[in-house]
Write a protein that binds this ligand. Structure first.
Ligand code: NAP
Ligand code: MG
Length: 484
């Protein structure tokens, strides 16, 4: 099947408002992971295409986009948000076919993208500087200014949400963007840019160059015409990006991986916790940076939680994305190999339950069985490494001190949660857990447009989402006037 969906040319780049064939004339195949079939060819952008996109962004800054007031930018973003909603079904189906995400989850991503546009549209004219008391005879104030051209390199797991949070905030502050989506997931990025253009975003304010990370991605990260890089992806590539941008002294935001724990104490409301414990591990087939892959449970309720989670796992079904099961396939055959290799390393562990792949799911799809392990030593590779698949480990603990020690024992620090009825303990845990977000008696894997998000340690640095992102996508100029 070949798609030419939603008025986009998938084998072209969108630069300066026009569909442009990649300069090298090359394309890459795109696969539907639900059945392994070929979807279409996409553009294999190269350095020259990134040059053109950066030039188009610079031109936009010198044109109508650069002259737009904050209120006008806000109005355009809000309009884009409504246009995204109008195209919700098409966008959700496109994403489901491209990355294997069950339709309901793909639709949630569309709604999050629309909400990001609404949120950042509303925020665009509410960011302002300060006046600062200084020496006698001076008036000093600060101006919040855009960086200029911002580069956005994003992964395949939540393309629409990540575009919403990074491109949305960057545009709100008046930057012009060059977006390099993942090679496995560029269709909704192209469709979104087209929708934004039709909703009134001036040409060149958002340019999309699909292609390989080592080619188009590296060219963007090391471009001297780019003034800020937002990268979401793996730790290994994040380190490379930081080096590449660092050579030009360009600031970077790194949103990397995680091994996020949920900590369940004896006094927790187990029935309330259960759906969160499981969903946070299997949402998007576990391919979520903020997936909760470690469940730490106090010994008094350990057997109860293991049994209840095993029950839920037994009922889980994985199948084609458009059939909307609990899980779709993984994004690719390659991702299936990676996750299968981790599962093989769990051979000596206590596997308490596995969900099933539906009998009708094509053998050619990238399916794995969701798998739950119990009694996993905290230093085991499955309790330390990010798997990026539907695999969770259960770890027992005795007391609060041990829970904190185990929870903080990985090099990551993205998200964590504490389930307990004890208010004082909730406050202690919120401070002690190393994470950019801590949830008390709930867990939001990837959720919360309004909530600042980001990590520490190998999970990265900088914050996106919420109002906080607007500071990251802008810079402060101090003006000191002497008037005597
Ligand atoms: P990835 O391999 O790091 O790829 C991310 C992006 O970087 C893709 O667009 C990729 O392009 C590009 N890239 C690859 N090599 C590059 C290079 N040498 N120079 C410049 N760009 C390059 O990550 P992934 O496998 O797609 O995504 C999974 C990872 O992302 C996980 O570790 C996950 O935890 C993390 N993640 C984090 C968050 C968060 O917010 N913290 C959110 C989602 C995902 P190609 O793929 O086209 O080669
Ligand atoms: Mg695909």
């Amino acid at each position: 099947m070949t798609v030419r969906p939603m008025n986009i040319d998938p084998d072209k780049c969108l630069i300066g408002g026009a569909w442009i064939a990649p300069t090298g004339g090359q394309t890459l195949p795109l696969t539907n992971p639900s059945d392994g079939s070929r979807l279409c060819q996409i553009a294999r952008g190269q350095g020259a295409d990134i040059d053109a996109a950066v030039a188009a962004a610079e031109a936009a800054l010198n044109g109508p986009w650069g002259q737009a007031t904050a209120a006008e930018r806000g109005r355009i973003l809000a309009k884009i948000g409504r246009a995204v909603q109008d195209h919700a079904d098409e966008l959700a189906r496109l994403e489901a076919m491209d990355v294997g995400k069950p339709l309901k989850q793909a639709r949630a991503d569309v709604m999050a993208l629309a909400r990001y546009m609404e949120f950042y549209g509303g925020a665009a004219d509410k960011v302002h500087g300060a006046t600062i008391p200084y020496l006698d005879g001076y008036t000093v104030y600060t101006l919040r200014e855009p960086h200029g051209v911002t580069g956005h390199i994003i992964p395949w797991n939540y393309p629409m949400q990540i575009i919403g949070r990074s491109v949305g905030a960057a545009l709100a502050m008046g930057n012009a963007c060059v977006l390099k989506p993942a090679e496995e997931a560029c269709l909704t990025a192209l469709a979104f840019a087209r929708i934004a253009q039709q909703a009134g975003l001036p040409d060149g304010a958002l340019n999309v160059v699909p292609g390989l990370g080592a080619e188009a991605g590296a060219a963007l990260a090391s471009h001297t015409g780019v003034h800020h890089i937002s990268f979401t992806g793996s730790v290994g590539v994040g380190k490379l990006i930081q080096q590449q941008a660092g050579a030009n002294v360009v600031p970077v935001t790194l949103e990397l991986g995680g091994k996020s724990p949920q900590v369940v104490f004896d006094d927790a409301d187990i029935d309330a916790a259960l759906p969160f414990l499981v969903n946070a591990g299997i949402q998007n087939a576990g391919q979520t940076c903020s997936a909760s892959s470690r469940i730490l449970v106090q010994r008094g309720v350990y057997d109860q939680v293991v049994a209840a989670m095993a029950d839920r796992y037994g009922a889980l079904r994985a199948g084609p994305a458009l059939e909307d099961h609990d899980l779709g396939p993984l994004v690719s055959a390659r991702q299936k190999e990676i996750v299968s290799a981790f599962l093989a390393q769990g051979a000596g562990l206590h596997c308490v339950a596995q969900g099933q792949v539906t009998a009708e799911a094509p053998q050619t799809g990238a399916y794995v069985q969701p798998t739950l392990f119990a009694d996993v030593p905290p230093d085991h590779v499955l309790a330390q490494d990010e798997i990026f698949g539907p695999v969770q480990v259960l770890i027992p603990f005795d007391d609060e001190a041990e829970a904190i020690r185990i929870a903080n024992s990985t090099p990551f620090g993205l998200v964590a949660s504490c389930w307990s009825a004890n208010g004082a303990r909730q406050m202690r845990m919120a401070r002690a857990l190393r994470a950019g977000q801590v949830f008390l008696n709930n867990y939001g894997a990837g959720g919360g447009v309004e909530l600042p998000f980001g990590g520490s340690g190998l999970s990265g640095h900088g914050r996106e989402k919420g109002f906080e992102a607007l500071y990251g996508f802008s810079t402060v100029k101090t003006v000191a006037a002497f008037h005597g």
